[in-house]
Design a protein around this ligand. Structure first.
Ligand code: PAN
Ligand code: ZN
Length: 191
C-alpha cells in the first residue's frame, strides 16, 4: 500500500473544473458516434460542425489498489444527437461487486442504470442529488437540460471499467426529446 499524503481539490460546481488542475479526459462525438441511435444525425453533425465535445472528466489519479478512493467530476455539455440527449459512454465496473456514489453539482440530468439480468432504473439528478450506483448496475448519465450537467463521482480504485459490454449491446433505455420534454424510452436496437 502506498502512503499518500492527504490532499484536497477545489471544485467549481458550474463547470466541474478542479484546482489544482488534475487529469482531464475528453470524449468527442467521434469517440462514441455509434452509441447514438440516430447514426445519420451523428454523421451529419460530424461533417457540418466537426468533432463535437460531448463530455469531459477531471479526476485525481490514484494507484489502483485496495482502499484507494478515486474521485472526479464529469461535465456533459447540453445538446442532442438527433432526438437523443448528450450522454456518457456508460459502463459496468469490471469488478461488478463495486458500487459508486454520484453527487449532482449543477444542471439537470438522468442517471440510467441496468443489470445483466434485465432490470433498468432511471434517477433524475439536480444539484444536491446524491445517487447511489449499487454493485452490479451499469451506469450512464445524460444531460437533459439547456446548460452543462455536472456531477461528482466517488468509487473504489479496483472497480475498473468494463466499457465493452455497453459498446456491444448499448443501453436498454434511451433518453430522447418527445413533445418538447425529455422522455425515457425503450432502445429498439438493444442487444
Ligand atoms: C464516472 C464515469 C464518468 C464518465 O466517473 O467514469 O462519469 O463516464 P464513462 O466512464 O462512462 O465514460 C464513473 O462511473 N466511474 O466509475
Ligand atoms: Zn462507474
Amino acid at each position: 500500500m502506498n502512503l499518500i499524503e492527504p490532499f484536497k481539490t477545489e471544485i467549481d460546481f458550474a463547470t466541474g473544473v478542479l484546482s489544482p488542475q488534475r487529469v482531464i479526459m475528453q470524449r468527442r462525438l467521434s469517440d462514441m458516434s455509434v452509441m447514438y441511435a440516430d447514426r445519420n444525425a451523428a454523421a451529419r453533425i460530424q461533417s457540418e460542425e466537426g468533432d463535437r465535445l460531448i463530455y469531459e472528466v477531471q479526476g485525481v489519479e490514484l494507484p489502483e489498489e485496495e482502499g484507494q478512493i478515486p474521485h472526479c467530476t464529469t461535465r456533459i455539455l447540453p445538446g442532442r444527437i438527433g432526438d437523443e440527449y448528450h450522454m456518457t459512454k456508460g459502463h459496468y465496473h469490471a469488478r461488478r461487486e463495486q458500487g459508486e456514489v454520484y453527487f449532482g453539482l449543477s444542471g439537470r440530468g438522468y442517471l440510467l442504470l441496468q443489470t445483466d439480468g434485465g432490470e433498468t432504473s432511471e434517477i433524475e439528478m439536480v444539484a444536491g442529488s446524491a445517487a447511489y450506483v449499487p454493485p452490479y448496475w451499469a451506469h450512464r448519465t445524460v444531460n437533459i437540460g439547456d446548460e452543462d450537467f455536472v456531477f461528482f463521482s466517488v468509487w473504489e480504485a479496483r472497480a475498473g471499467h468494463d466499457y465493452g459490454t455497453i459498446e456491444r449491446d448499448g443501453f436498454r433505455k434511451l433518453v430522447v426529446l418527445r413533445d418538447g420534454q425529455p422522455a425515457v424510452v425503450d432502445n429498439p436496437v438493444y442487444g
